[in-house]
Design a protein around this ligand. Structure first.
Ligand SMILES: Nc1ncnc2c1ncn2[C@@H]1O[C@H](COP(=O)(O)OP(=O)(O)OP(=O)(O)O)[C@@H](O)[C@H]1O
Ligand SMILES: [Mg+2]
Length: 459
């Protein structure tokens, strides 16, 4: 077995120890670097972190425990083995509380060194695997939050995963209200390396101009009448994470200028402040208006638009991916079952027909509301049926379907009676069995409908 891929840093002020330890480890196949002080060790770690550090407790300058703490603060994955004389064993033990994995008491036999380093390397490997697994799982989960297997949603998912590790890229998300822009924004954040840091959002249309700027960038005390104390803005609070700016098209000119500066220089000033503050935040902008149109009208800065539009993700309206309606409905049913402790099994086929036919002007949010309404208004139901849907939805008769309903006269002819029967069945379904409603749909009186129901043996 070769250990060539593992790097070991030996830190000791005694040249002989550095030399003999390094010599032994090199023979075992490790790549070895060495340092004679804590300061030098930290420099080497910063330049090219090793897998394992063998660290003497007693060092000139900053001591072993301090070196350990600083090294781990910079590089949490580093595995540290302490080396100590008999007289300082208590310090070595103390060091383990600060994150060292083991210690060797000098003078140690080479076998003990080999065994300890081997264990340390194995620990390093396991840790890396765990970190990799955790981030893989996190990434998978982030994308799972986006429900829908349609080609268009798959495309959205693939865009998000292609953003991958480039976690500074600005993203512009476009889509109608309620179509899932926030869901997409969250997925972008939570599948990125920023996932452990904050995800904050603000709606640029919801606040008046001066409040919005102070919300985003913070303000200094006395910046305006109500500014009684200094306030951190969203960009400061989200440091290392992501900020989602909803309805970016409504960001006023002052905010546009500040945002452009932040994207270009990674710096900003609090409102009323003179100090330049640095910011490491990914900006995710969302819009349900055509930003290019706003640029053309002179209401949105072109330079800011180009800065934001590095990667553009278009979330389609629900009517353009109707095939996701069943999966989305099931998703919301599961959610409300859990929240409201209910056991709704699903959507009846008739009700599903209506859901699939509806044009969803309010997009996925409207579908969620439809499911919620059925849960709230019909406490006892075990299945969502047409009568649990709003009148609007029950009226859902897409043009396409009604056209198909009246069959063309084929060369073989058709039987009028059959056509009439089909139309009556269809109307009764749409009206969920309510005869007056079905009669209205067909433009006949209730009595006429009753007569025909009987004639066709329906009901
Ligand atoms: N693909 C999806 N999978 C699961 N839930 C979704 C999906 N799309 C939207 N939703 C849900 O629908 C609702 C509305 O979505 P969201 O808030 O993301 O829309 P939006 O585009 O940001 O709307 P607005 O323009 O009003 O800000 C939320 O409850 C969200 O969880
Ligand atoms: Mg939103």
């Amino acid at each position: 077995m070769t250990n060539l891929s593992s790097r070991v840093l030996v830190v000791d002020d005694e040249k002989l120890i550095r030399w003999s330890v390094a010599e032994r480890l090199q023979r075992s196949g490790y790549e070895v670097i060495s340092a004679e002080s804590g300061e030098q060790a930290l420099e080497l770690i910063a330049a090219n972190p090793p897998d394992v550090m063998l660290l003497d407790v007693k060092l000139p300058g900053i001591d072993g425990v301090q070196t350990l703490q600083r090294a781990l603060a910079e590089n949490a994955d580093l595995i540290v083995l302490m080396m100590s004389a008999h007289s300082t064993v208590d310090v070595a033990v103390e060091a383990m509380k600060h994150g060292a994995v083991d210690f060797l008491v000098k003078p140690f036999p080479f076998q003990a060194l080999d065994a300890a380093v081997e264990r340390a390397i194995a620990t390093a490997r396991t840790r890396r695997q765990i970190t990799a697994l955790a981030s893989e799982r996190r990434n998978a989960n982030a994308l799972d939050a986006i429900v829908g297997g349609s080609a268009s949603m798959e495309q959205v998912r693939s865009m998000i995963s292609r953003l991958g590790s480039s976690d500074t890229t600005t993203v512009l998300i476009e889509g109608e209200s309620g179509c899932g822009k926030e869901v997409v924004g969250r997925a972008i954040h939570f599948q990125s390396a920023r996932a452990e840091r904050p995800f904050l959002q603000v709606n640029c249309a919801a606040l008046p101009e001066h409040l919005l700027e102070s919300e985003l960038f913070g303000h200094e005390r006395g910046a305006f009448t109500d500014a009684h104390a200094q306030k951190r803005g969203l960009f400061e609070s989200a440091e290392g994470g992501s900020v989602m700016l909803d309805e970016i098209g409504d960001l006023p000119p002052g905010g546009q200028a500040k945002l452009l500066r932040l994207l270009e220089n990674k710096t900003f000033r609090r409102v009323g402040g003179v100090q330049e503050l640095r910011s490491d935040v990914r900006v995710i902008a969302a819009t349900n208006v055509d930003l290019e149109q706003r640029v053309a009208e002179g209401r949105f800065r072109a330079d800011l638009f180009f800065r934001l539009n590095v990667v553009r993700i278009i979330v389609p309206p629900l009517r353009e991916h109707q095939e996701d309606v069943p999966a989305l409905a099931a998703h919301f049913i599961a959610r409300f079952n859990a929240e409201l402790k209910r056991q709704v099994r699903g959507v009846s086929s008739q009700a599903m027909e209506l859901l699939k036919a509806y044009h969803w002007p309010g997009n996925v949010r409207e579908l969620r509301n439809v499911v919620e309404r059925a849960f709230i208004l019909h406490a006892g139901v075990d299945e969502i049926r047409p009568e649990h849907l709003s009148p609007e939805l029950r009226r859902a008769t897409p043009a396409k379907r009604s056209e198909k309903l009246v069959p063309a006269v084929t060369p073989d002819g058709l039987v009028l009676d059959d056509v009439e029967r089909k139309l009556i069945v269809e109307a009764m379904e749409r009206a969920s069995g309510n005869q007056s409603k079905a009669a209205r749909l067909l433009g006949v009186s209730r009595d006429t409908l009753r007569y025909r129901l009987k004639k066709h043996g329906i009901g």
